[in-house]
Ligand binder design. Sequence first.
Ligand code: DGL
Length: 263
Amino acid sequence: MTERPIGVFDSGIGGLTVVRALTRRLPHENIVYYGDTARVPYGPKSPQVVRTYAAEDTDVLLAHKVKMIVVACNTVSAVALDVVQKRSRVPVVGVIVPGAETAARVTRKKRIGVIGTAGTVRSQAYDHAIRRVDPTIEVFSRACPLFVPLVEEGWIDHKATEMIAREYLFPLMLEKIDTLVLGCTHYPLLREVIGRVLKGVVTLVDSGEATAVAVEEALETHGLKNPSTLRPNLSFYVSDIPHAFSEIGERFLGQKLGVVKKM
Ligand code: DGL
């Protein structure tokens, strides 16, 4: 069982930032990744539609006999984590609670900003998870839908991206937040530009990194950690256009992906 892969799924390519965090923290775990590139983006879609997709994505991973499922997509974690949990007999870890708990721990002024897709922000999942830790914390959220296509276009350090970031983040700065949750798979790639716009005075919380810590804890709790010290197997599956996924994916993963297969 310990040698079985961890299953990770996302609406598309963004979840590779979570895989990157996982491979850094758990360098010997085998991973199977599924990106639903045929139906991305999930962010603007209704919770009902996202819940249907989440069930299907879960079944793809379960067919690979995974020992755990990591829901890398913030939108799915926000509106459909229960769907994934109900379908799986293996432990399930989402990205919202780890990100929220980390932010609640690091804020000093108890003023936290959250940015994510429209679906994530509308669900208020981060707000609820943060206030479950400390009800006196104030949370200010903002959907930043343009960040996703900008990152996929590779406009990481582009004037247009900086202008859009100013526009999105200005209202949060006015609220004097001291911590900002990067509540979307794509946003860790914009860490520098976001940090620059916020003039370095706001602590940025990467949900993917927080999730990797939670995954390690869950593996230990369930006795599922792989004791092997060999190089792990990383396999990538998508529902459409595998070649684009491997080209763009390298930026997200921080290493070459190898073969990407279409389901
Ligand atoms: N993976 C999604 C998320 O983290 C962003 C892309 C999408 O909208 O599907 O919410």
